[in-house]
Design a protein around this ligand. Structure first.
Ligand code: HEM
Length: 601
């Protein structure tokens, strides 16, 4: 049961969510509005009725957390003092339908589910955007200020307009967007062993057309997903299995920092490319147990490296275009877009096949020599030794990891560097900590990493401020569920506004500032302000949480530490538009950034 209040403004058809602690402030704000300005809070002049003493508001709001309906609603629960109600009614300030914002999962249609408001009462956008199939396109440019890549901002804005829960069209059905942490708790902590996420349509189409389907972990659902995911959990979810790869990934980070230094002053697009090469090389060194050479000087001239780089970039770009609804014809026939995507995907598969063949030969040779240890930290060899997986499964796994693990980290890393470059005092604190514990040439080992609390907080903070994904995780609801007091039937897709929450003042003090300090704990293990874990889920949550998150963080730590050990990160010039971001589908700088790297004295 939640203690949040829901208010509905006079003349509005949607709800606003208020925390008990903020609602009295909110009401007071209504009173302080300048009458000459158009009010977001009321359709009536506020001076119609006298301003009550703040203490009255305070007690009315915080004591009950529930408000009487002063509109035509028949819901009659009245907890406000009668005198106040009359005043409100007279002024038609804000009309407050009373709702208890319960959230529950229900196994049947009785009790809590029946008592909840029906699904069709969930606020929605209306107009053209409520049309089946084509409706959502009216939410974006040229029909709204948001280009489709700004999907996250558009959804955040719709929450501002419609409240903590609303629905939008998805084909002929509806999907539900929710932002309360209580709702997220219900949806993501569901006991469902195989949470269902919408598959990537390009993968589905490829597998239908191809004689030999390749299963991407991110696309599978049900027991098939579980079968591929389980062997990976053991290899990627445990902190120790990730730190095994620290030395190999550290060398990649050293090469990355040096490459950036040598290329500074070039076209900023060239620098952006180095971030992509770093991320792909870092996952590659884990997946293939060898370097792909993407950070070498000849990466863009050597024919085979050039071809591989093109394939990885093109594969991810194709997925992104489909996610943002820019391509649809491929579903009907093999259009040029689809052919290029297929060529990129098959180039990656071919390369994986070659590496697997090499690895198999190595196993055979070393088994003969008696030097093969199945427990050694060699990802590919250990997958090959896994009896539940065949070669197709391993291609799929490699493809999922290389696909999901390259652009994601590359974009996050650029935004981390941007945050450090534009907050030089924070950058100096990170550098000081790195130099104290690692010196100018020391390595980043697991015990050293434990001491770098400010650096890890800076990484965490940049992923809060620049939340990586446009909304947050989505799930198909497995049971009838009550969200924010509304019935949401089984099978509906629910999308959590983790993006909006990451910069919401409800959860963060001064949310738009870059403040690693907010994540630090004092001697007693306390933080400046308690942060609900559900208000920070850049890698998703639950059984389908990002399988690569420990590697992603390790790569971000390594890149930051190895760069700051030697260089000061700056920007050649700092223009306001450099702060603009877009989604690729991961949040990324909108403009290539002209980073500079000055040698530290
Ligand atoms: C900063 C970097 C990264 C971010 C922000 C990120 C974010 C995410 C998110 C939000 C999800 C969906 C989780 C959910 O539905 O609850 C996800 C899934 C996934 N990620 Fe990441 N990720 C990153 C890096 C990586 C890396 C480095 C790898 C591979 C080594 C990777 C592999 C995957 C895979 C395979 C999935 C699908 C998992 C499944 O459905 O079981 N990611 N990621």
């Amino acid at each position: 049961m939640s203690c949040h209040c829901v208010v509905r403004l006079a003349g509005s058809t949607s709800d606003r969510l208020l925390k008990p602690t903020t609602c009295s402030a909110w009401f007071q704000k209504c009173w302080s509005l300048d009458k000459s300005q158009p009010s977001r809070y009321s359709t009536q002049p506020l001076s119609c009725f006298p301003k009550p003493a703040p203490s009255t508001w305070q007690s009315a709001c915080t004591r009950q957390h529930r408000f009487a309906s002063l509109s035509s609603s028949s819901r009659k629960t009245t907890f406000l003092p009668t005198s106040l109600m009359t005043e409100l009614h007279r002024g038609q300030l804000c009309v407050v339908p009373v709702r208890e914002m319960s959230s529950t999962i229900t196994e049947d249609d009785s009790g809590a589910y029946k008592a909840a408001l029906p699904f069709n009462k969930i606020p929605t956008t209306g107009g053209l955007s409520a049309l089946p199939f084509i409706g959502p396109m009216f939410l974006f440019k040229p029909f709204s200020p948001y280009p489709v890549e700004q999907y996250g901002q558009a959804i955040k804005n719709l929450h501002g307009v419609h409240g903590p829960i609303f629905r939008l069209r998805r084909g002929k059905d509806w999907m539900v967007f929710f932002e309360r942490l209580e709702d997220a708790d219900i949806v993501f902590r569901s006991k469902d062993a195989n949470p269902y996420r919408t598959p990537l349509m390009l993968d589905v189409v490829y597998n239908k057309r191809s004689k030999v389907p390749i299963h991407n972990l991110a696309t599978l659902n049900g027991p098939e997903w579980k079968r591929l995911r389980s062997p990976l959990n053991a290899r990627m979810n445990r902190p120790r299995s990730v730190t095994h790869y620290l030395p190999a990934q550290e060398q990649v980070a050293v090469d990355f920092a040096d490459r950036l230094y040598s290329l500074q002053g070039s076209d900023p697009k060239v620098l952006t490319d180095v971030f992509f090469c770093f991320a792909t090389e870092s996952v590659g060194v884990v997946c293939f147990n060898k370097r792909l050479g993407f950070l070498d000087e000849n990466a863009h001239t050597d024919a085979s490296k050039k071809k591989m780089l093109w394939a990885y970039k093109h594969y991810i770009r194709s997925i992104s275009e489909v996610i943002f609804g820019k391509r649809i014809l491929y579903r009907l026939y093999e259009d040029p877009f689809y052919k290029e995507y297929k060529r990129a995907k098959e180039t990656i598969i071919e390369h994986s096949r070659h590496c697997i063949q090499e690895a198999n030969e190595e196993i055979t040779r070393r088994q003969k020599e008696g030097t093969f240890d199945p427990d050694e930290p060699n990802f590919l060899l250990s997958l090959l030794a896994e009896k539940t997986l065949d070669d197709q499964d391993i291609f799929g796994t490699i493809l999922s990891l290389m696909g999901a693990g390259s652009d994601s980290t590359a974009c996050g890393l650029q935004l981390l560097f941007y945050a450090l470059a534009t907050n030089p005092d924070k950058q100096e604190k990170v550098a000081e900590e790195v130099l104290t514990h690692m010196g100018r040439d020391g390595q980043l080992t697991a015990p050293v990493l434990d001491k770098l609390s400010y650096m890890t907080a800076a990484v965490k903070e940049s992923m809060r401020l620049y939340f990586p994904v446009p909304t947050g995780s989505e799930r198909h609801l497995e049971t009838n569920t009550v969200l924010s007091g509304y019935q949401v039937p089984k099978g509906t897709v629910g999308v959590f506004n983790a993006f909006g929450n990451a910069t919401s003042p409800l959860y963060y003090h001064n949310p738009m500032s870059f403040s690693p300090e907010r994540w630090l704990r004092d001697q007693g293990g306390q933080r400046e302000r308690d942060i609900n874990p559900l208000a920070y889920i850049p890698f998703g949550i639950g059984a389908r949480i990002c399988i690569g998150r420990r590697f992603a963080l390790q790569e971000l730590y390594l890149a930051a530490a190895k760069t700051l050990q030697k260089y000061h990160i700056g920007l050649k010039e700092d223009r306001p538009e450099f702060g603009d971001t877009t989604f690729t589908p991961f949040q990324a700088p909108k403009h290539p950034l002209p980073f500079t790297f000055e040698l530290r004295q």
